[in-house]
Design a protein around this ligand. Structure first.
Ligand code: DON
Length: 573
């Protein structure tokens, strides 16, 4: 296998990307702390913004199922949490049905037909982050409307029309919402991205040029009209006709290449989940084009070979970090859009493969990243995001993560539509060995190409016990996401922590390259010292994630909003 893993790799750029991720969850001024879980008997929604979470619970109380609630929350967050909630981006939904079936909806953005492997290079053939992150070339064809509509049509209860579920979002867009919590925190910081476009400035800035401030009203009449058209005519009101024409015109006027035909051709795809097992629990997670499920199951398989519950904390984290290095190396090498490249999912997620990797781990010494070559045995088969978790009294559950990539995406609102557009195409490997905004490397499998879906780290996950929902989780955070889900899961299963404690507990992160372990400030310094003594290079940093999760307990649903970001809410009934 030919690789040039460190080659053009710029550790400095990656370092910056990780310490200041451009994405949705932040940890400013908030140390992780232990909060109480919210408990309820009949249903639970945990989302990043409270108005939207309450809309979801209202749907559950009216007899809706978890999918109905997820669709209503998905549209509502597009209005109330504009940095990440969206109809101009894309994402993934994992669904467990009370009948026992599990499925996923892939509504990831696609590259416009005119994108090719050179689209994000400069004149010298080097990766050009300005093109892939800050220009209209970065905008992928949005998938959210198609994905939410597909989920509702196939898995909604039938008690509500799509229009019923969009109605609360339309009202909030038309009447306005007050600026508070995380939106108040993020708008001033992301102002430079938004103020470049008059269509965006008109919505998010005050006439004096400052960002909307706490207590100001965010009123979005164009978005209300766009949502009303979708409510009336279904997703074709977004992908064809005047809305599609306005999106294409806005993207092209800003220098991008998306056409109305690209929008006409977009389809959300239902895919079989990635499955695994861990100490008697079933893991149901997102398959490619997300790397999340594969990497999560791969790490859990490696870790199952150790008695984590009885290891001391530093050693358990050391082993987890070793698993992270190996799974993220495989991510970089093997994973991409499954409709374009052959991804060896069943091999990477097998117990045998994990055993081979486990054999390369020295429990006393950290393995340098450069010594890890993706594919322990080579055998091939043939930055803003938000996560919400929902469980209903019928036994259904939904884990949904969706994104614009950066906060407020590329910052461009398509004039006349109110739609904030993503910059998702930076998740492609613009060039082999050139890191994306989250410092992730990629190779041919994730090269940019026409109509292709960029590889994601989003990891909406449902853990089942005896076929029934046990844990519903996921997170924003770019490359941090997969390891966040891993740690919430092992904190609950191995350390028997309650869900609030597991969500709040300090986390660590390693993504193979750079060869660093990032640790949250609340991690005890003795543990940092123990990891360093074994050879890991540890950097203490806030890690902006937000794992809004639900645990199903004998006493009912326990919901935990992640305390790292203001405004998240667990609410049940
Ligand atoms: O799909 C992905 O992996 C990234 N675009 C997610 C970005 C993200 O999580 C940013 N939020 N904090």
């Amino acid at each position: 296998m030919q690789r040039n893993t460190i080659g053009a790799f710029t550790a400095f750029a990656i370092f910056i990307a990780i310490i200041a991720p451009p994405c949705g969850a932040r940890a400013d001024n908030v140390e992780p702390f232990h909060t109480q879980a919210v408990t309820a008997a009949d249903g639970m929604v945990v989302a990043q913004e409270g108005l939207a979470a309450r809309i979801g619970v209202d749907i559950l109380q009216k007899g809706g199922n978890a999918v109905d609630a997820a669709v209503a929350v998905g549209f509502a967050l597009a209005v109330t949490y504009p940095r990440a909630g969206n109809i101009g981006g894309g994402g993934f939904m994992v669904i467990h049905r009370a009948s026992g079936d599990d499925t996923t909806i892939d509504y990831r953005e696609t590259a416009p037909a005119a994108i090719n492997s050179k689209s994000f290079l400069d004149a010298e053939g080097k990766a050009d982050p300005q093109k892939s992150r800050d220009s209209a070339l970065a905008i992928g064809v949005p998938g959210t409307v198609a994905g939410l509509a597909l989920a509702e049509a196939k898995y909604g209860s039938g008690r509500f029309t799509l229009a019923d579920l969009i109605a609360p979002a339309i009202a909030l867009a038309r009447d306005g919402v007050t600026i508070t919590d995380d939106t108040a925190d993020s708008l001033p910081r992301d102002l430079p991205r938004l103020e470049r476009w008059p269509s965006s400035a008109r919505i998010f800035l005050k006439p004096d040029g400052g960002a909307l401030a706490p207590g100001d009203w965010l009123v979005q009449p164009d978005l209300a009209d766009t949502l009303a058209a979708i409510a009336r005519d279904g997703p074709r009101a977004f992908y064809t006709g005047p809305t599609a024409d306005k999106i294409a015109a806005a993207v092209q006027a800003a220098g991008g290449v998306m056409t109305a035909e690209d929008l006409n051709n977009y389809h959300a795809v239902e895919r079989k989940p990635v499955r695994g097992t861990y100490r008697g629990y079933d893991i149901v997670s997102m398959p490619p084009p997300s790397s999340g499920g594969v990497a999560l199951v791969e790490m859990l398989n490696i870790l199952e070979g150790y008695d984590l519950a009885n290891e001391d904390r530093a050693q358990a984290l050391f082993l987890m970090i070793e698993a992270m290095k190996r799974a993220y190396a495989d991510r970089a090498w093997f994973l991409g859009d499954p409709d374009r490249v052959q991804v060896p999912v069943s091999y990477l997620t097998s117990k045998d493969y994990a055993a081979v990797w486990r054999g390369t781990i020295d429990p006393a010494h950290a393995t340098p990243a450069a010594a890890i070559h993706p594919g322990a045995v080579v055998r091939r088969e043939g930055r803003n995001t938000t996560h919400f978790s929902i469980a209903d009294r019928f036994g259904n559950a939904v884990a949904n993560t969706y994104t614009l990539n950066f906060s407020y995406g590329v910052g461009l609102v398509a004039a006349g539509t109110g739609i904030v557009l993503n910059n998702e195409l930076d998740d492609f490997a613009a060039k082999a060995d050139s890191p994306n905004a989250y410092g992730l490397l990629g190779y041919d499998a994730n090269a940019p190409g026409p109509n292709k879906r960029p590889l994601s780290s989003m990891t909406p996950t449902i853990v089942l016990k005896d076929g029934k929902p046990f844990l519903v989780t996921g997170s924003p955070g770019g490359s941090l996401i997969i390891n966040t889900v891993l740690q919430v899961l092992t904190d609950v299963i191995d350390r028997h922590m309650d869900i609030a404690a597991a969500v709040a507990a300090p986390r660590v992160h390693n993504q193979w390259m750079p060869d660093r372990v990032f640790a949250e400030p609340a991690l005890p310094s003795e543990i940092v010292a123990a990891l360093e003594a074994k050879g890991d290079s540890v950097v203490v940093r806030r890690l902006p994630t937000s794992a809004n999760s639900i645990l199903v307990t004998p006493a009912g649903f326990a919901g935990a909003a992640d305390p790292r970001t203001r405004g998240a809410l667990a609410v049940g009934y």
